[in-house]
Design a protein around this ligand. Structure first.
Ligand code: F6P
Length: 354
């Protein structure tokens, strides 16, 4: 079995609160096992440029509570080219980096599986506020982002109540309505619109109109970014015209990606960081750390990536060829379970929304 003397850690893609806690856990777990740790700055860009420094115990002090990522992040296009990959592999050879823990979303995992195929074993840790990694119930940063959303929406509700207004609030989630569905329930929204379910704008307007007629003053409508950037502003105008309620639009955007991580994110990031290093040092690679029903484990990166494609309906010819019938069935089961989970949230929201 390969003996690990030195590993690298990087954060890549959109940042997520809790990434620092994961880097800290990775660093401390490896150091405790006598393995050196190199902090790679700006994701795969830092690996290509050699923007890398050793991390000691104290270098990861005082970051478990901090948002963003102290290693910085990047979405690196060069890494997708053969030249970029060659430079990254050469950096690993020069610095004696035996393996890498890559923290991020699906783009990060695509990079990690390519790097593994080029002889640098990698393990991925899912960190994205969107919670759009199908193989895990929870991603690092999701809980913090949701809590930030409800804190902000609570403030909007105060002023809506004072002025008898409606506020349409767009929340992040590139193709996933997870943030929107949870926060709509938790903030007592009057309606929620997500890409996973059809929406009926006329019925939203009618319900708001009727509720105004019987005295309701404030209305919050949560819209997921995944529905499209023009949708929220258009719905705002429609509600104002058809429900007769003054309506404002707020796009929360990147503000919900910052801030100190919640307890839940700090804990899951720490658990995943420890698990990733232990798996890497056991000689495992090309895996994504996952949390399923409270248990931390791993799945093969290729399985995780194809599962995501199956979920999003973007599978390409031959994508499923490497998998057995049982594995394909288990992908279908996981997707069904996830869809049922979202439907359950949507149903609850619809039962209590006005
Ligand atoms: O990290 C996920 C995410 O926040 C999405 O919700 C959003 O669409 C995207 O990243 C925005 O990314 P960028 O940092 O490139 O603006």
């Amino acid at each position: 079995m390969k003996e690990f003397k030195k590993i690298g850690v990087l954060t890549s893609g959109g940042d997520a609160p809790g990434m620092n806690a994961a880097v800290r856990a990775v660093t401390r777990t490896a150091l405790a096992r006598g393995v050196e740790v190199m902090g790679i700055s700006r994701g795969y860009s830092g690996l290509i440029d050699g923007d890398i420094r050793p991390l000691g115990l104290r270098d990861v002090s005082n970051i478990v509570n901090k948002g963003g990522t102290f290693l910085y992040s990047d979405r690196c296009l060069e890494f997708k080219t053969p030249e970029g990959m060659a430079k990254a592999v050469a950096t690993c050879r020069e610095l004696g980096i035996d393996g890498i823990v890559a923290i991020g979303g699906d783009g990060t995992f695509r990079g990690a599986t390519d790097l593994t195929a080029h002889g640098v074993p990698c393990i991925g840790i899912p960190a994205t506020i969107d919670n759009d990694i199908t193989s895990t119930d929870t991603t690092i940063g999701f809980d913090t982002a949701m809590n930030t959303v409800i804190e902000l929406v609570d403030k909007l509700r105060d002023t809506c109540e004072s002025h008898a207004r409606c506020n349409v609030v767009e929340v992040m989630g590139r193709g996933a309505g997870d943030i929107a569905l949870h926060t709509a329930i938790a903030s007592g929204a009057s309606a929620v619109v997500v890409p996973e379910f059809p929406h009926d704008d006329d019925s939203i307007c009618k319900r708001i109109k009727k509720a105004r007629e019987i005295g309701k003053r404030n209305f919050i409508v949560i819209v997921s970014e995944g529905v499209g950037s023009d949708y929220g502003p258009a719905l705002t105008k429609k509600i104002e015209t058809e429900a007769g309620v003054e309506t404002k639009f707020a796009r929360l955007a990147h503000i919900v990606r910052g801030g100190n991580p919640t307890l839940a994110d700090r804990v899951i990031a720490s658990k995943m960081g420890v698990y990733a290093v232990e798996a890497l040092l056991r000689g495992e690679s090309n895996l994504v750390v996952c949390e399923k029903r409270g248990e931390i484990g791993t799945v093969d990166i290729n399985y995780a990536l194809k599962l995501d494609r199956m979920y999003k309906g973007t599978l390409k010819d031959g994508d499923l060829d490497p998998f057995t019938e049982d594995q394909i069935q288990s992908m279908k089961d996981e997707i069904e379970e996830r869809k049922q989970g979202l439907l359950a949230l949507y149903t609850v929201e619809n039962k209590i929304n006005l």
